[in-house]
Design a protein around this ligand. Sequence first.
Ligand SMILES: [Zn+2]
Length: 98
Amino acid sequence: MPDLNETAGRAAHHGSMPTLPPDPHRLPPPGDWFASDAARHLLDRPKHCPMCAASLERGLVSEWWSGSDRVFLTWCPACRWTGNVVLFDRAVIEEPEH
Ligand SMILES: [Zn+2]
């Protein structure tokens, strides 16, 4: 079993990370190019459905990137909602003159 704190600590481009929750899936070996992204995914992925709040433990959460945005393709096994949950650092919002 890899030391999760050591694996997460290698994620220099993500900064320091909190303690990871138990992982039912095996993380890549520490030092692999994808190890820090897999650890970050485990911490940041949606845990509950945005539509019905059911656990996504048995659902699907797959991550991809668009520029600096992190996009989580999400499927809920309870209500079958499917959609993207997007994490971003900054939002640009336009407000019409009033
Ligand atoms: Zn749902």
